[in-house]
Design a protein around this ligand. Structure first.
Ligand SMILES: Cc1ncc(COP(=O)(O)O)c(C=O)c1O
Length: 483
């Protein structure tokens, strides 16, 4: 039996070696076009669903080989792939790719980099740690904080809030990671109306429960009511709690009063987590740095890379004041794994993912290639684009701006006149679907208060003024067709 397996495996191994030896050459032209022509491709090719119908087939007994499989994949990507790195994707908060980051990510894929621990990739682990040091210097994160790369802001929030939960348990005299939450009081969590859905997801995973988050109401001026926030903390009666401060919300790019909330929280027994997924990049521009002033007082911080750092998906970063809490929260040990006190780092033992890819390559490469100044320019460029688009909206009949533009998001709607609010909401909802259907731009709708809005977020170095001018015309044309 073992002989038979060896006998059968040999021809396949021969084929795989042959394929591996020409793989990059075979792909080179297609990848070169994909990256070089990102400006030209539509945001979302129309007819994507129909193109993907071919995927519905049974598992082949005999494969077709790498070339055919990859040709089909490239064809489907062309016909049904969203051009997320292109200049016209403004849905969610989608960043671009700098060439250095993109290239480094291709290198990481080519070498199948595994950054679980030092021995699986000394260069991958060291790159990650160095890139995290540079990110701290770029954004003004305190040097003493300990960073970790994860898939995105959701998992960075998970790391920060898991560390918070570990701290909270230790404040109460127990070790959450060892004994669990059974029989313990609920961990109090206090935040504002800007709390992102990702934080709610994380708090549900951490056993808090979405329904148990205290959301401080807004005051009469629209911002969070700091007196109500103070009262909520006082009502804890000295019990330890987690406060989540939101530095950048997704509907209009507004911010919690970061410095004031941290200042108040510091007078109580709180762990402060700042979710700055994209908003922390405000620190890079003198125009917007005031929005995040004081964030360095946090105990844990979330930043995303695949948004405004313009590195490929997936890439997010958690920074935590106390490395020991990460190690205790995510303890991962067995006889065959590295010792917990091994001085060579095991990144898989201080975060949720054990096996993990080489995200540090892209971050290191983009910071090495363009430096602080280059990344500041990307942020400034996107701030300019947002201000320009806001002016275009203000001067385009049929478009109505719905909020000020503190950062990189412009909340607006189509308003041809003569319709009541409910009719406008319904019209903009249908228009949002028509925009996605047309595929020239990827831009989503949301709610600002009760109202349905478009909320393009600009975070890509590729986006040009003519792109956003075209967006305004596109929305009006499609709107006129629906009205
Ligand atoms: C403030 C904030 N937090 C968390 C997230 C979730 O990020 P990710 O999709 O990278 O996990 C986002 C995504 O837009 C966000 O804007």
């Amino acid at each position: 039996m073992p002989n038979q397996t060896a006998h059968q495996a040999a021809p396949l191994a021969d084929q795989l070696r042959r394929e591996a030896s020409t793989l990059v050459h075979d792909l080179a032209d297609a990848l070169a076009v994909a990256i070089a022509q990102a400006d030209e491709r539509p945001a979302l090719p129309p007819g994507a669903d129909a193109a993907l119908a071919v995927l519905d087939e049974p598992l082949p007994d005999r494969g077709e080989g790498a070339r055919q499989a990859l040709e089909q994949l490239l064809d489907l990507q062309a016909r049904a792939g969203t051009n997320t790195a292109g200049p016209r994707c403004y849905h969610f908060v989608i960043g671009g790719n700098t060439p250095a980051a993109h290239g480094a990510d291709l290198v990481a894929a080519a070498f199948d980099v595994l950054t679980y621990t030092w021995v699986t990739s000394p260069v991958g682990v060291r790159m990650e740690l160095q890139a995290l040091e540079w990110l701290k210097q770029l954004l003004g994160i305190p040097a003493g904080m300990h960073g970790l790369m994860v898939t995105g802001a959701t998992m960075a929030n998970f790391v920060g809030m898991a560390a918070a939960r570990q701290w909270w348990g230790e404040e109460l005299g127990f070790d959450v990671s060892e004994t669990g939450l059974a029989g313990q009081p609920p961990m109090p969590v206090i935040s504002t109306g800007f709390l992102h859905a990702a934080s709610r997801k994380v708090l549900s995973l951490l056993g808090v429960g979405r329904a148990n988050i205290t959301q401080v109401p807004d005051g009469p001026d629209g911002g969070v009511d700091l007196d109500a926030f103070t009262r909520a903390l006082e009502q804890l009666g000295g019990a330890p709690a987690l406060v989540v401060v939101n530095a950048g919300e997704v509907n209009a790019g507004h911010f919690d009063p970061v410095a004031a909330m941290i200042d108040i929280a510091r007078r109580h027994r709180c762990w402060v987590h700042v979710d700055g997924a994209f908003g922390l990049f405000a620190a890079l521009s003198p125009r917007t740095a005031h929005l995040v002033a004081g964030f360095e007082g946090a105990d844990s911080i979330t930043v995303d890379g695949h948004k405004w750092l313009n590195v490929p998906y997936d890439s997010g970063y958690a920074f935590v004041r106390d490395h020991g809490l990460m190690a205790r929260a995510f303890r991962y040990s067995a006889d065959y794994l590295p010792d917990e006190d091994d001085p060579r780092p095991t990144l898989g033992a201080i975060g949720p993912e054990s096996s993990r890819r080489g995200r540090g390559f892209a971050v290191w490469a983009t910071l090495k290639a363009y430096g602080r100044d280059g990344h500041r320019q990307i942020v400034e460029h996107c701030l300019d684009i947002a201000q320009h688009f806001a002016r275009v909206v203000d001067h385009t009949p049929g478009l109505e701006r719905m909020a000020d533009v503190p950062l990189n998001i412009v909340a607006f709607r189509y308003n041809p006149g003569g319709l009541d609010e409910a009719e406008l909401d319904a019209l903009n909802q249908r228009l949002g679907e028509a925009v996605i259907e047309a595929g020239e731009f990827l831009v989503g709708t949301s709610k600002l208060g009760e109202r349905t809005i478009f909320r393009p977020a600009f975070s890509n170095w590729r986006t040009r003024r003519e792109d956003v001018e075209a967006l305004a015309g596109h929305i009006v044309r499609l709107g006129q067709g629906l009205n």
